[in-house]
Each structure stands twice: as C-alpha cells, then as structure tokens.
Design a protein. Structure first.
Length: 224
C-alpha cells in the first residue's frame, strides 16, 4: 500500500481487533460509541506522543512537602476540531490524552450527493491573526472516516488559512485514495494518524468493506 510519509497507520493489536468489531453490522449503537472512543484513545496516544514534547515547568510540592519540578508539554495553544457530526464521537478520547483541557472548535461539512464535493455549512473557528502568539500552534482534526478525502482536505485548508501552524488528523478508517488526497493537501504541515485503510470506494463514495455511515450508527439515524 503506497501511502505518503506523513500518514501513520497503527499496527496496535488491540486497535486492529476493535476495528474488526466495529465493522460488524451487529454492533449496537452503544457498542459503536464505545469502540469509536476506545479506538480514538489508542490513535490519540500514538499521535500525541509524536506531536508534544515534555519540558520543565514551575516548582511544586508533593503531599509530603518535597519540592519537585513539574513537567508541562509543548506546544501550547492546541485545539480539537471535530468534523460534524461523527467527529463528536472522538473528542472525549483525544481530550483525555492531552495534559490540559483545550478549546474545541466545530466544523460542519457534508458531501454534495451528485458531485461528492465538500460543502461547509458551519464554522465556529474564533477570529485570530495568523502567526500571532495567540494562534493555535496545533489543530487536531477528528473525523472517524476519510472516504474521498475531499472533506478532510477542505478542513485542512480551512485550518491552514485560519492560522494553524500544524495539523494532526485523527481517523478510524480511510480509503487509500482519500487518505492520499488528504495527505497531499498540506504535506509539510499535516500528519494523518489512522487505525486502518481500505482499498476501495463504492460508486456512492462509501468505503468498501468500510464501516457504513458512522454518524448514523452513532446517533441511531439509520434509514432516515
């Protein structure tokens, strides 16, 4: 499988087993929610360990009164950006893996049915000056599925224009061509961390064999 160097496909055995369970059509909505969360924890652990570095912080004291030097992480000014609506299922896991609570900014995008092109319908990124001290040094996009890659690429470009200096994309499953497309959008500033990659897309732009519509499975809207 020819994937760019900024794409990291996990080989964690527990993650691969959980991904297999998630594929099953018999998994309940409760199961899907739990599996998305657990898979996201593993992916986030791997991605965050590569993106953050520990540095010495201020002095503190233990309950016994001994002084020690705290450890904090860099960069600061991190944010999580879930792609609505299925990205919401990954937020808590990623937040858990970060040492401090960070802002969550939402992007709403959907694929136009006939062209499969991404259409943005919601954006609550706060106004900031690109390159300023307050701008987000690291933006973490969370979206369980990368299909054609159009939505992911559009989100990366939006965050780049917004002023993010680096983007991590965390996903559960992607199509090979879609992952390649997303990785090529801003290769010097983006890394993709993903649990698995499928080879094919259906004519309707769904992964094959895939996971089905993760949003529908999470929110019990199958058959809408």
């Amino acid at each position: 499988m020819a994937l760019p160097s900024n794409v990291h496909v996990s080989q964690h055995p527990s993650l691969l087993a959980k991904l297999s369970q998630l594929r099953s059509k018999s998994a309940s909505s409760r199961d899907v929610k739990s599996l998305i969360h657990e898979i996201s924890l593993i992916i986030a652990c791997e991605a965050v360990s590569s993106a953050l570095k520990p540095v010495n912080g201020p002095k503190d004291q233990t309950p016994l009164g001994y002084e020690y030097t705290t450890v904090v992480s860099e960069p600061n000014h991190i944010c999580i950006v879930p792609i609505l609506r299925s990205g919401l299922g990954m937020v808590e896991a990623v937040q858990t893996m970060l040492p401090d609570s960070v802002p969550i900014h939402h992007l709403g995008m959907y694929r136009e049915p006939s062209t499969l092109d991404p259409v943005e319908y919601y954006n609550n990124l706060p106004r900031q000056s690109p390159g300023s001290a307050e701008s987000s040094k690291l933006a973490i996009i969370v979206d369980p599925v990368i299909a054609t890659g159009g939505t992911c690429a559009a989100a990366i470009q939006t965050l780049r224009e917004w002023g993010a200096r680096r983007v991590l994309v965390l996903s559960v499953l992607g199509a090979e061509e879609g992952v390649q497309r997303a990785a090529a959008e801003w290769p010097e500033g983006t890394e993709i961390w993903i649990a698995g990659v499928d080879k094919e897309l259906t004519d309707g732009g769904m992964l094959k064999p895939g996971l089905g519509d993760v949003g529908d499975r999470l929110f019990l809207t199958i058959g809408k």
